[in-house]
Design a protein around this ligand. Structure first.
Ligand SMILES: C[S@@+](CC[C@H](N)C(=O)[O-])C[C@H]1O[C@@H](n2cnc3c(N)ncnc32)[C@H](O)[C@@H]1O
Length: 268
C-alpha cells in the first residue's frame, strides 16, 4: 500500500467509528466477521446478552486458542465492542485482569458501556494504538486479538510492542486475516479493501518471518480455511461487500482467509 501510515489509520478509525455508531455487526470482508454462532462455541456465549454477542467484527475465536487460566492478565489488541474481553473475563475469573486497547473512541465508549452493563470490574478499556501500547512492559500473560493486526500499516512495529508487554513465557493467541499468494495490485491499493481487512493482510510466510524477527518462538499459523476440523459452509463461502465485481470469489476463498496464530515470548 502506497498510502502514508497516518492516512491508513484515519481511514480505519473512520470506518470503525461508523460501525460503532451504527452498531453494525460485521465488516463483511473475505473471512472477516463471521457471525458469532460460526466463530464461537455456543457455551462460550452463554449468558452474554444478545446485542453484545452480536457485535462481533472478528474473524475467529482467539479465546479458545488462548486456553486462558484463572488469574491471568489478558490484553486484547483492537478490542472493538469488547466481546472478546468479556469472554476472556469469564475464563480468568475475578482474580484475573482484562485490558482492551482500541484507537477508535466510539469503540472504547461502546465497550465501556457494555462492561458497565455486565458489571465487570476487572475489564478496562484504554484508548490507544497498537503501535504505542499504553501498557507496561512484561506485565501481560496472554495477548489476544481478533481481526485487527492486518489493519496496521506496520506489523513489525505492532508485534514488537506486543512482545514488549508480554511477560517472559507469555502467549500471543490471535485470529487474523492472512493470504496465501499475492493479491492483485488494485486490491492492495484500495483503502476500502484495507479497512475491510483484506488489503493489509500478510502472506502466511511473511507473518511467520515478522514474528521470528521480533523474537517470538513456537510460532503456529493455522489457516482456518484448510482445517478440516473447523471448515464449514460459512467459512468456505464467505460473505463480502467490498468491490464485489473486482474480487473473484475464488480469491476470497483460496487466497484470503482467517488463521489461528499462536506464538510465545521466550522465558528469560
Ligand atoms: C475488525 S475490528 C475488530 C474488533 C474486535 N476485535 C472484534 O473482534 O469485534 C478492528 C478494530 O481494531 C481497531 N484498530 C485497528 N487498527 C488499530 C490500531 N493500529 N491501534 C488500535 N486499534 C486499532 C479498530 O478501531 C477496530 O475497533
Amino acid at each position: 500500500m502506497s498510502q502514508a501510515p497516518d492516512k491508513l489509520h484515519d481511514t480505519v478509525r473512520d470506518y470503525y467509528a461508523e460501525r460503532a455508531r451504527n452498531t453494525d455487526s460485521c465488516c463483511s470482508s473475505a473471512q472477516c466477521c463471521k457471525t458469532k454462532n460460526v466463530i464461537y462455541p455456543e457455551d462460550l456465549l452463554a449468558d452474554v446478552p444478545e446485542d453484545i454477542a452480536d457485535f462481533s467484527l472478528g474473524c475467529g475465536d482467539p479465546i479458545t486458542l488462548a486456553c486462558l487460566e484463572a488469574g491471568q492478565t489478558v490484553l486484547d489488541l483492537g478490542s472493538g465492542g469488547g466481546l472478546d474481553c468479556f469472554l476472556a473475563a469469564k475464563k480468568v475469573g475475578p482474580t484475573g485482569q482484562i485490558i482492551g486497547i482500541d484507537m477508535t473512541p466510539e469503540m472504547i465508549e461502546k465497550a465501556r458501556a457494555s462492561a458497565d452493563r455486565l458489571r465487570l470490574e476487572n475489564v478496562e478499556f484504554r484508548h490507544g494504538t497498537l503501535e504505542a501500547l499504553p501498557v507496561k512492559e512484561n506485565t501481560v500473560d496472554v495477548i489476544i486479538s481478533n481481526c485487527v493486526i492486518n489493519l496496521a500499516p506496520d506489523k513489525h512495529e505492532v508485534l514488537t510492542e506486543a512482545f514488549r508487554v508480554l511477560t517472559p513465557g507469555g502467549k500471543l493467541a490471535i485470529s487474523d486475516i492472512v493470504t496465501q499468494g499475492p493479491l492483485p495490485k488494485e486490491i492492495k491499493e484500495s483503502l476500502a479493501a484495507w479497512a475491510e481487512c483484506v488489503a493489509g493482510a500478510l502472506d502466511i510466510n511473511e507473518y511467520t518471518a515478522v514474528l521470528e524477527e521480533v523474537g517470538f518462538t513456537n510460532i503456529e499459523i493455522i489457516p482456518v480455511y484448510f482445517d478440516p476440523e473447523t471448515v464449514n459452509e460459512a467459512v468456505t463461502e464467505p460473505e463480502r461487500s467490498i468491490d464485489p465485481d473486482t474480487i473473484p470469489q475464488e480469491m476470497l476463498t483460496k487466497t484470503v482467509f482467517s488463521a489461528r496464530i499462536s506464538a510465545y515470548k521466550p522465558e528469560e
